[in-house]
Design a binder for this molecule. Structure first.
Ligand SMILES: C[S@@+](CC[C@H](N)C(=O)[O-])C[C@H]1O[C@@H](n2cnc3c(N)ncnc32)[C@H](O)[C@@H]1O
Length: 259
């Protein structure tokens, strides 16, 4: 069988975020619950302006729009944005989707709220991660709120090796590894057995290194948010209703910070 290596845009977008994510049982219901939670804790009203940073294939952006929220959403992967636009058309809603880099945001006083969902925070070095918070702060209107939906560093999911049959092939996912001294959750190379095209698809070096995520504790996140200018900072233990207090054994660490 021929072997090919694909980069972030192709491997991550087509295989992981679209084919794999959309094959997960109950994922649409999960997205609906996350969106309901966000709308309530962020106090979003119909017509309120929301910025969905690193929106992936736009699964939650479209759900927000279906609830009447006015959504601007971007992701670095142009392939994912193509899927997102298609999905908005299919579900008959309008979302302002575009391809963009969260390290290059230049919004000012524009949004009532901003979200980074499914642990889309911590991809860069410490200074760049702080820059994301600073630029999001600038993007918000006075009293606007940011929501970070993060894994709980004290209760990480049990990552296991999985084989999943997807449309056109089989995906092998290797478990993430926590590099404790660095505080980084290291992604591992995944492999797609592309039976439809009789080839093995590997992730190239860039795609593998783009998989690392810095894990911050609540105290560290609070300090970074305060440094960025945020005032009221609350933590919740799950990304669905009812609101649960955050503790070391919570499912998630959800952070809400107000300007
Ligand atoms: C874990 S996924 C989450 C996607 C979506 N928010 C969701 O919950 O399904 C992380 C996303 O971050 C995007 N991403 C990575 N680096 C980025 C950057 N510098 N700017 C914008 N998006 C980025 C990836 O392409 C990917 O879609």
């Amino acid at each position: 069988m021929e072997q090919v290596e694909l980069g972030w845009n192709e491997f991550w977008a087509d295989i992981f975020r679209v084919k794999h994510r959309r094959s997960l049982q109950g994922i649409q219901y999960y997205d609906t619950m996350v969106v309901k939670f966000c709308i309530e804790v962020l106090g979003l009203k119909k017509g309120g302006d929301l910025l969905d940073i690193a929106c992936g294939a736009g699964d939650q952006s479209v759900e927000f729009a279906l609830q009447g929220v006015n959504v601007t959403a971007f992701d670095i992967s142009s392939r994912l944005i193509e899927y997102a636009k298609e999905s908005a058309v299919n579900r008959n809603v309008s979302v302002n989707f575009y391809t963009g880099d969260m390290l290059k945001m230049s919004f000012e006083n524009q949004f009532k709220a901003a979200v980074l969902l499914s642990h889309s925070f911590g991809f860069f070095n410490h200074d760049e991660n702080k820059q994301v918070l600073r630029d999001t702060y600038k993007a918000l209107k006075p009293k606007g709120c940011l929501l970070l939906d993060l894994m709980n560093p004290y209760n990480l999911p049990k990552f296991v090796k999985t084989w999943t049959t997807l449309e056109g092939g089989i995906l092998l996912i290797e478990p993430h590894l926590l590099d404790a001294p660095a505080g980084v959750l290291r992604g591992r190379p995944a492999t797609f057995i592309d039976t439809a095209n009789d080839r093995i698809v590997l992730m190239d070096e860039d795609a593998v290194s783009n998989n690392d995520i810095r894990m911050y504790t609540a105290l560290e996140i609070r300090a970074m948010l305060e440094e960025a200018g945020f005032k009221k900072i609350d933590f919740y233990g799950q990304n669905k209703l009812p609101r649960m207090q955050y503790s070391s054994d919570s499912e998630r660490m959800v952070v809400i910070a107000s300007k």
